[in-house]
Each structure stands twice: as C-alpha cells, then as structure tokens.
Design a protein around this ligand. Structure first.
Ligand code: PLP
Length: 472
C-alpha cells in the first residue's frame, strides 16, 4: 500500500469501526461457529502475487467476523471484561502508526516519560502512597512473575541469578485456594517447583483465612523450609473475593515474606473512594498488579506493575550489552530492565488518552454504576424463589445459580450448565461459569463503559425466560 492507498483505506476503515461500535449489539455476542469452521475457509497456502486490499477486507468480513466473540458488546458478561473505550482505540491507531519500541529512554523519550507520569497519575487515582513506583507491562501474569523473581533474588542475595538453585533453601510461596492460576504457572516457570506453592484455605466468602496462612508458615519453618512470598488477592477471579490484606500484611512483616497483591481486576474500583476498604493493608505490600485492560476502558494489553523497591527488580533483571548502552542510562528509567522482554509497546499513550478523555469523575461514575447495577441484580436473585446467590458481590460480579429447591445437587449442576449454554447459544448475552464448593456457578459481570441498567434488566429477564423455556 502506498500512502495514498493507506489514506483511502484508513478512511473506509474508520467508518467500518464506527459502524461496528454502533451495530455491535446486532451480532451474536458469543461466536456461534463450530471448531474448524474458520480455518476450513482459509486456503492452505497463500498466493505469490499481491491482493487488493478491498478483497482482503471483504474476506475479513465474510470469513473472520462470524468467528469473533464480541468482547466489545455491552451484553458481554463473561470472564472479566476486556473493556475499552473509543479513545483507547484511537490511541492504538497512533501507537501502531508510530511503531515505537520503547525499550530504553533514547528509543523514544516521550514513551518513557509519559509512562513515568501515567504510573504517577494512576497511583494517585488508585489512592496509593507516593512510595509506589512502577511500569506498564503486558499482563498481570507477567507482573506477578516479576514479583516472584525479585523476591527470589533479593532473598538469595542475587545468587540464584548467578549460580542457579543448587545449595539454596527450599523456598515456599503462599496464596489462597481461590488465587488466579497465574501464580501456579509463575511458580512453575520461576523454578520453585509447584509443590512449593502452598494453597491456603478460604472462608465462606472465598477469602483467605489468615490464621491458616500463619500456621502454614510456622509449619514450614519447623520443617526447615524458607517462607518467601505471599500473594493476597484484592478481587479473586472466581468471585472477586477480597483477602484480608491487612492481616496478611502483618504476617508478611512478622515472617519477612515478600508481599504481593493481585488487584488485577478489582483494582479499578479503587478509583472510587467508597471501595478503598478493599485495599486496607495494601500499603504493607512490596508489589501489586492492576490491569486497566480489564475494567478501566483501556484496550488489551495494559497492566500496571507497582513496586516499592524498583532497584531490587532492576538488579534482578538488568543486562546491559554494549549495543544497548546510552549516555543517559544513569539519569532515566530504561524500562527494558523492568520485565523479561527487551522490546516494549508504547502502552502509556492509550492510558493517557483514556484518562484525559473521560476525566477522573466520569470514570468513577461509570464504575459506581456498574457496581450499583450488579447490586440490583444481586437483590433480584436474593428475592427470587428460583435463583440463588452463591457469593458476596463486593464489586460488579454476581455469582449465582438456578435453584428451585426441587433438584439434587447433581441435577442442579447439569441444569445450570444447560441453562448457561442455552443462554449463550441465543447470542443475546454471553456468560461463563465457575465451580464454588462443587456447585456449577453462573458468573455475570458487567463492565462495558456504555453498559446501561436496561442491558442488565434485559439480561435478567432472559435468564428467567430461558429457565422457564427449559421446563422449570
Ligand atoms: N489475576 C486475576 C485476579 C485475574 O482475574 C486474572 C485474569 O483474569 C489474572 C490475574 C491474569 O491476568 P492477565 O491476563 O493480565 O495475565
């Protein structure tokens, strides 16, 4: 494509994008294709000669679009949202156009310095103290990995980096039974061995029982292990349960554990002062992760990794080959030393566009509304004789199931699975599930910036209608 072609197609594309935003609710939310259906329409090899952009785009609409699950739909109530806003899409267009590789300050000073500032703005918006600093990373999984590696290196005097694990103590890592699976994956790949991840039981609200954490740490000490790291969840994936961060923090301090807080999802609610009860004790932590790409309207990927002691992190990660040395190395942040990969996307731009285009007050208003409407749904479920609430609703995730009191546990599980599949097959809304105490649990989470109470009411009406349609 030459520049003239680019301009022409970009205009068409901008119209397509605006039309998509306007019409997204007309698509089935969950893609209705069968496995292999998309691939079978794609030729096994591609042609030697160039094709017209119009042809490529026509195929995109015909072949690819039916295989898209519409995360952009306000009727997407599955997993956790990857909610974004139009401002962040515009920023991504600019980011792709500039193609900046922000690995060191010199490779685009604006990328580094905007990131410095965005981490400060976000820290203030979340109500964190000035002790915290950090950088933008791809995902929360990566952030938690950084925390584990830093804890490992700091505890070993940076010896594991140097010599490997031989002769080192058996380090132990603690997280609740409800913590996100990224801790399991990270423990494996950071070399600790998954048997050294100790899962701490949860209470009836699915939050870690801190007394059990202390018992586990003491038992490990008695066995000669080295308790190293504890993860507290501020919003678990299953139910958005909030671990008692203050009590965990006190235990971390007593036993000298690295304390990491996973606020990947619910962190967004901290911009609203009423929700800051959830972060009580977070100030005792050494590191924390929060994903604006989940519920702060900034498109994937955008994770904020905050630390109190960035030097410990960079000491664990820093490698400076000759070709990366610059004159400003001692004066600036070179964010390549803050994570595994060298190259890094210019993610700060979309956060800047989002924060400025909404303004703090509107962001707070949207989050408040999402939580109010989740509360409304929770109350409807509590008042219903046919549905039952299965977990508290601290923010905007509602966990529930159909239960008319006439089925065995086994029948209930089968019925709720069927109900969810029917609802999703309707294409009107999309929800996913988890299992809580063996119960098949429907999860409803509303996090789209343009969600309205009407969407929530229609979703609830559909669930009742579908249950009736299935003969209940
Ligand atoms: N932590 C929590 C609580 C999550 O819910 C998730 C994903 O849903 C993650 C971590 C992992 O997030 P990411 O996809 O950014 O690695």
């Amino acid at each position: 494509l030459n520049t003239q072609d680019f301009r022409k197609h970009a205009h068409v594309m901008a119209d397509w994008m605006a039309d998509y935003f306007e019409n997204v609710e007309h698509y089935p939310v969950m893609s209705q294709v069968k496995p292999g259906e998309i691939k079978s329409q794609l030729p096994g090899s591609f042609n030697e000669s160039p094709e017209k952009f119009e042809e490529i785009f026509k195929d995109f609409e015909k072949i690819i679009m039916p295989g898209i699950t519409h995360w952009e739909s306000p009727n997407f109530f599955a997993y956790f949202p990857a909610s974004k806003s139009k401002a962040s899409v515009l920023a991504e267009m600019v980011t792709a156009t500039l193609g900046v590789q922000g690995m060191v300050w010199l490779t685009s000073p604006a990328a580094t310095e905007l990131e410095d500032r965005m981490m400060e703005w976000m820290r203030d918006l979340l109500g964190l103290s000035a002790e915290w600093t950090g950088s933008i990373q791809d995902t929360a999984s990566t952030g938690t990995f950084n925390a584990l590696i830093t804890a490992r290196e700091k505890a070993s005097g940076y010896q594991i980096n140097q010599k490997g694990f031989a002769g080192m103590p058996q380090y132990r890592i603690y997280a609740s039974e409800q913590a996100h699976s990224s801790i399991d994956k990270n423990v494996k790949i950071a070399g600790f061995g998954i048997d050294n991840l100790v899962k701490i039981p949860v209470d009836k609200n699915f939050a870690m029982i801190p007394e059990k954490l202390e018992v586990a740490v003491r038992e490990d000490l008695a066995k000669g292990f080295h308790p190293l790291f504890v993860l507290g969840a501020m919003g678990t994936t299953g139910t958005t349960a909030v671990d008692p961060l203050d009590k965990i923090g006190q235990i971390a301090q007593t036993y000298n554990l690295w304390y990491h807080v996973d606020a990947a999802y619910s962190g967004a609610a901290l911009i609203v002062p009423e929700f800051r009860w959830m972060s009580k004790g977070m100030e005792m932590a050494d590191s924390m992760v929060f994903n604006p790409h989940k519920w702060l309207f900034t498109n994937f990927d955008c994770n904020l990794y905050y630390v109190k002691d960035p030097k410990a992190l960079t000491q664990a990660y820093s490698i400076t080959p000759e070709y990366l040395k610059t004159d400003t190395d001692t004066e600036v942040n070179n964010y390549r030393d803050w994570h595994i990969q060298l190259g890094r996307r210019f993610r700060a731009l979309k956060l800047w566009f989002v924060l400025r285009s909404f303004g703090a007050e509107e962001l707070r208003q949207i989050i408040r509304h999402h939580c109010e409407w989740a509360d409304w749904l929770k109350e409807e479920i509590e008042q219903s004789t046919q549905f039952e609430l299965l977990a508290p609703v601290p923010v905007n995730l509602v966990c529930f199931r159909y239960n008319d009191g006439k089925m065995s546990e086994e029948e209930l599980n089968a019925f709720n699975e069927k109900l969810m599949k029917e609802i999703n097959a309707s294409g009107k809304i999309f929800m996913t599930h988890t299992k809580l105490n063996g119960k098949y649990t429907l999860r409803w989470v509303g996090g789209h910036p343009e969600l309205t109470k009407g969407h929530v009411e229609r979703a609830w009406a559909l669930m009742k209608e579908m249950a009736a349609h299935l003969g209940r």
